[in-house]
Each structure stands twice: as C-alpha cells, then as structure tokens.
Write a protein that binds this ligand. Structure first.
Ligand SMILES: C[S@@+](CC[C@H](N)C(=O)[O-])C[C@H]1O[C@@H](n2cnc3c(N)ncnc32)[C@H](O)[C@@H]1O
Length: 248
C-alpha cells in the first residue's frame, strides 16, 4: 500500500463474507479508516486493529457541509503521509459519492485507488431469490435513487419502462414513487419486494404489489432495497426449489 494515498473501498452490504479479497487486504494494511453509516461492525472488526477508525456518516439535516469537511479531512490525512481507506457500504461508485471524492482528491494531487464492492442493488435481490434478469421475464434492469419528494424530483418516466426496477433510498417516498409508476402505466398487480437491512441479523423481506405500496399499506424501514418487476415472482419458485433440495 502506498503512503499518502486514499483507497476508495466498497464494504459490500454488511455480511463480511461479501467483502472482496482485495478489500480485506487493504483494510488490514490501513492506517486510517473513514467509514459510513452502512458499513457493518463485522466488517470493521476485520480491519488492522491499530488503524484509527473515524465515523464520517451523515446525520439527518447534515449534507453538503459535512461532505466538504470529509473531503478536507481526507486531503489532510493523505498529505500527512497516512494510508487512508475511505470505506463505503456496497460499491463506492453506486450512490456513494465515490466519483466526487475521487475527483476532488485527484484535483489536489492525491493518488487514489478504487476497490469495487458488492452493491446492495444486486446482491440483496440475489440473496432473496430474485434474479434481476431472467430469460422471458426481464432482459435488463435499472438502479434508481428514490431520494425525492412526493415522487417529484426524480423523472420517473425515464425509468418506468425498465423491466426490472431497483430503487435505493426509496423507503420514505415509496408511496409517491409507486403512484408515479402506476400513473406511467405500470401494472398495479406487479410484484414488488423490499429487502430491509439485508444480510444482517435483522433482515426482513416484504413481498407485495405495486398497488399496495401506492395505497400506503406496506410497512418498511430503511435501509431497504426495493425491487419492482415480474422477476420478483421467481422468488417463490427458486426458494421453494431450494427448500426441496434441502429436504432431499
Ligand atoms: C447511499 S445508498 C448507497 C448504496 C451503496 N453504495 C451500494 O452499492 O449498495 C444507500 C441505500 O442503499 C441500500 N442499502 C445499502 N445497504 C443495504 C442493506 N444492507 N440493506 C438494505 N438496503 C441497503 C438502501 O436502499 C440504502 O438507502
């Protein structure tokens, strides 16, 4: 590991078994680890015990100011010659501001290396028995941020026709998002699934329909990955098949 550089590392969705070998190696050589809210304690336990661990996650209402502070902290640590790991949940380039942090560091002459991570957008559906693509069901998927007010800020018409739609950060506005998708012509009976706190001991999987979400009938807590599309129906087939295998 080079001195005075920053590693942008993906920690995966929580289960340390989903860390990459490279991420583990970098964590074990780190001197300072700057980590987010969605990085699990089990992953942090695998890091170099001598490394300084600094929580840099955001709290409600803190946005841009905190990000500016973080950028300057990374810069200072790298210029002090430390090996810095910037550890983010899932993959650092999927709604993780990884690209922005990389750009800032590069503009200030700090070398950056990226270690991609297993994104919750792909891993959690797979673990719940939902293949995002499947012949005859879906030949593609879109991963979209649901971080919007009353379904409004995001232009859902750009994504509404994707055969499989994966929404991150969509719990709070789920009702408005579902309504926007129905207004754009999606089937009210379409199966949807929320995977809450995936890969943790508190994981909860909720299967329902788009119409039920639009009616405000579905209780979900963040963080959750929301999958919309016919592929959700495969969950029962695949999980039942798996139970059959275990029974044999
Ligand atoms: C700021 S985005 C970061 C995504 C992350 N970079 C990734 O690739 O998974 C945070 C959102 O990711 C999803 N998420 C991440 N980890 C999750 C988990 N363990 N369980 C459920 N949702 C998760 C949720 O939708 C959450 O609101």
């Amino acid at each position: 590991m080079g001195k005075g550089m920053v590693w942008l590392v993906g920690a995966g969705p929580g289960d340390p078994g989903l860390l990459t070998v490279k991420a583990l190696q970098v964590l074990q050589e780190a001197e300072v680890i700057l980590y987010d809210r969605l990085v699990s304690e089990d992953v942090l336990k695998l890091a170099n015990p001598a490394a300084e661990q600094i929580y840099v996650g955001k709290h409600e209402g803190e946005q841009q100011g905190r990000q500016e502070e973080l950028l300057h902290l990374m810069l200072r640590l790298a210029r002090d010659g430390r090996n810095v790991v910037r550890l983010k949940g899932g993959d650092p380039m999927v709604f993780g501001r990884g690209g922005e942090e990389w750009r800032f560091l590069q503009e200030h002459g700090v070398p950056v290396e990226v270690v991609p991570g297993v994104s919750s957008a792909i891993a959690l559906p797979a673990l719940a028995g939902i293949p995002l693509t499947y012949r005859g069901y879906s030949s593609g998927f879109a991963v979209v941020s649901g971080h919007c007010r009353e379904g409004g800020e995001q232009d859902w018409s750009r994504y509404a026709r994707a055969e499989t739609l994966v929404v991150l950060m969509g719990v709070k506005e789920r009702r408005w998002i579902a309504r926007a998708l129905l207004d754009l012509g999606r089937d009210p009976g379409e199966p949807v699934c929320f995977i809450e706190k995936g890969t943790t001991s508190e994981e909860r999987v909720v299967e329902t329909t788009l119409a039920a979400v639009a009616r405000g009938e579905v209780e979900v807590l963040p963080p959750a990955v929301w999958v919309i599309g016919k592929v959700v129906a495969l969950r029962q087939v695949l999980l039942l098949a798996q139970e059959g295998c275990h029974a044999r």
